[in-house]
Structures are given as C-alpha cells and as structure tokens.
Design a protein around this ligand. Structure first.
Ligand SMILES: Nc1ncnc2c1ncn2[C@@H]1O[C@H](COP(=O)(O)OP(=O)(O)OP(=O)(O)O)[C@@H](O)[C@H]1O
Length: 316
C-alpha cells in the first residue's frame, strides 16, 4: 500500500475545508443538470437483472460540498446505483468518475480509499462484533468482514494504535463512547445509524453515501441525527443519501435527485422537486407507501382525486 493510500486508510487529512454548502440556485431543475463543481459525474450507467433494467441513468452529477438526497419509489434503482458507484456491483454499461478519476471496475475498498464511502446497515456478523471492533473494521476501507479476521490482521497490528485513537475520537463525537465495548447488535435504531456513519468516517472520506439514515430511528433522535449529517457537510464533505423520510429530505438537502424505474426523472431544490408533477406521478405510479406529506399537497390531492375518478368510472 502506498503512503497516500495508507494515510487515507488511517483517516489522514483530505484537506477538507469547512463550508455551508455551495450555491446551487443557478443550476437548472432538470434531470442530469450540470453542476458548477461536480465531485461525481456519470454517463450511460445501466444495470440489468435478467430482463429487468434496474438502473438506466443517462447523466448524473453530484455537487461537491452539498447534501444531495436520492429519492424515488421502492424499486426505483437507488440502492443499485449506490452499489455501482461504490464498486459493490458491476454495471453492464456506463462510465463515471470521482474527482475526475474514472471509477468503473475499481474494487470497493479502493473506491473507499480514494475518498468515496457508503454506509451499510448492520449485518448479522457485524451485530456480533463490539462497537469498537466495528469501528476498526471501518479502517480497512470496506474490504469486507472477512478481512479483519483473516491473516491480514497481522499486517495491521502496527497501525492499531492509530486506528483505535481515531475510532475513539469518532465514538466520542457521535456519543457512542459509553457503548464502546457493547455488541453492536444491542444498540438502538438511532445508535446503529450513528455507528454506521462513524464507521464510514474511519477512512476520512470526501464523499459519504448514507443508506436510509433515518430508517428505524426513534423520532426523538431524528433531530440529533440530522445535526450529525449536517455537520458532515459543514466540515467540507459531500453527502449523498437515499431516504424515504420526506421530512428529512426537505430539512437538510441542498439538492434532490429523483429516480423512477431506473432513471432520473427530476432534480432540483427540495421545494422545486416536491412540487414537480413528474415526482408525484412517479410515486403514485408505483403506489409507494413512503411518507408523502411534504409533497405539494394540492397537486397530490388533485392526482389522487383523478385516480379515484378513474377507478369509479371503471367500476360503473
Ligand atoms: N440482485 C438482484 N437481483 C435481481 N433483481 C434485483 C437485484 N437487486 C435489485 N434488483 C431489482 O432491481 C430493481 C431496483 O432495486 P433497488 O433495490 O436498487 O431499488 P431502490 O430504489 O433502492 O428500492 P427501495 O427504496 O425499495 O430500497 C428492483 O426491481 C429490484 O427488485
């Protein structure tokens, strides 16, 4: 491993500068819109499973230093796109870059070392490790669970003090220090989400991709979790998150990208996107059960009424 890679793996400085997020007001609210300073740029990304095209994204740009939400009904292809971009799945076609460097066919742990990391929900195996062990595992740059227990472990012993120090620093920041020796499986829903985030930060990523950060979180803890997500952006990181909780999307996103049936159907600021009829159509078309309370109510009511009328007309 070269010095730069090791530095990244151990959470060395990425030269991040504190920011309150970029000005995206001049970016047109249209699918695939170009951004003034995109950290990720992708073209023609497709992934098929048998006869199903799960992802078919013509063009995507993720703005640097912003919090971008990736939303869409169940089965829209959000998780698959996350997996493709981070090297956990292989695309059938397409190119994409991170900081101008091509990333297709790059292994997940190398993607993580370059500064792009995704969070994972706790698996059964990870639940049986303690909180601090989970954190140390994060330092391997997402090589996978087996890496840590394999003979490779010896290679890491020299770095362990440094890794542990960083882990403890992050546990204190996320108020998980009292849980250090507890099994991860014993944590509450909100604490698990904090651990997922803290673990991803072990490699000091420039771009952190959060997989449903609000899922299973007690409403009382949501504000605190939102604060933590904002703090990632405010210290200069780029955040991309998949989420069904529309309150969270509206509260913290600088930009929203909407997927339906594998493609991007809308983009814009939270207000622009949530009143876009294409977004409402996408959700209703899929009979989505997520919280739609923040979508434009008048447009939603009109669409629901039209659906009811159509059903009644069919029945009569
Ligand atoms: N490994 C797989 N094998 C076959 N089909 C898959 C596989 N992974 C995903 N799919 C299909 O691809 C489509 C997109 O799934 P994906 O999980 O990416 O959607 P999503 O937008 O993340 O949905 P959700 O919000 O429900 O998590 C779905 O139809 C899903 O059933």
């Amino acid at each position: 491993m070269d010095a730069d890679a090791m530095d990244k793996t151990l959470g060395g400085s990425t030269g991040l500068t504190a920011t309150a997020g970029p000005d995206l007001s001049a970016v047109p609210a249209e699918p695939g819109a170009s951004k003034p300073d995109a950290i990720v740029v992708g073209d023609g990304i497709t992934r098929r499973f048998g006869g199903l095209t799960a992802v078919d994204v013509a063009h995507i740009e993720i703005p640097r230093g912003a919090i971008t939400a990736l939303i869409g009904p169940n089965g829209a292809g959000k998780t698959t796109l996350f997996n493709l971009l981070t090297g956990f799945d292989v695309a059938d076609a397409g190119t994409w870059s991170f900081n101008g460097q091509p990333l297709q066919k790059v292994a997940a742990y190398k993607v993580a070392r370059r500064g792009m990391v995704r969070t994972f929900q706790l698996t059964k195996v990870l639940s049986k490790l303690t909180v601090i062990e989970n954190m140390r595992l994060g330092a391997t740059g997402q090589r996978g669970e087996r890496f840590w227990s394999a003979p490779f472990r010896a290679l890491w012993s020299a770095q362990e003090d440094e890794i542990t120090a960083r882990a403890d620093e992050l546990l204190a920041r996320f108020k998980l220090d009292a849980k250090r020796e507890d099994f991860a499986g014993s944590l509450s829903g909100g604490q698990r989400k904090l651990l997922e985030m803290a673990r991803a930060l072990m490699v000091d990523p420039e771009l952190i991709m959060l997989d449903e950060p609000m899922a299973g979180v007690n409403p009382a803890l949501k504000q605190s979790l939102l604060g933590h997500v904002k703090s990632l952006r405010d210290e200069g990181r780029t955040v991309l998150f998949v989420e069904h909780d529309m309150d969270m999307v509206r509260d913290i996103s600088d930009w929203v990208i909407v997927m339906a049936q594998g493609s991007i159907v809308s983009e814009g600021t939270p207000d622009a996107v949530m009143s876009d009829p294409r977004v409402i159509d996408a959700y209703l078309g899929a009979h989505h059960d997520a919280d739609l309370s923040e979508l434009d109510e008048a447009a939603l009511e009109a669409a629901v009424e039209a659906e009811i009328e159509a059903i009644e007309a069919g029945e009569n």
